[in-house]
Design a protein around this ligand. Structure first.
Ligand code: FES
Length: 104
């Protein structure tokens, strides 16, 4: 496990959500009230990217069937999602998001 440098926090300014690749995974980043969170970008229900969805508070709404996840914990919070999404530790250094993902 190591910290991987990804995108600038400014990328989250408009929608509060954006995606980046890290260690071969597609990660969704979120900003809620000045705090940053990261999850897998792929929804656990189907083939849709949460970074294309709508962020409302700590809830990300999947663009395909409007399932909900809490970006802090990855917990499913609205049908049809029942399986949690994976979350990752995030830190900010010089305005850039770093995420902890296992390499390989
Ligand atoms: Fe995300 Fe169905 S693909 S809710």
């Amino acid at each position: 496990m190591s910290w991987i440098k990804t995108i600038e926090t400014a990328r989250l300014a408009d929608e509060g959500v954006a995606c980046a690749e890290a260690a071969g995974r597609r990660i969704a980043f979120y900003e809620v009230e000045g705090e940053f969170f990261a999850t897998d970008d792929l929804c656990t229900h189907g083939r849709a990217f949460l970074s294309d969805g709508y962020l409302d508070g700590h809830m990300i709404e999947c663009p395909l069937h409007q399932g909900l996840f809490d970006v802090r914990t990855g917990a499913p919070c609205g049908a049809p999602c029942t399986e949690a999404i994976r979350t990752y530790p995030v830190r900010v250094e010089d305005g850039v998001l770093h995420v902890m993902v296992e390499e390989g």
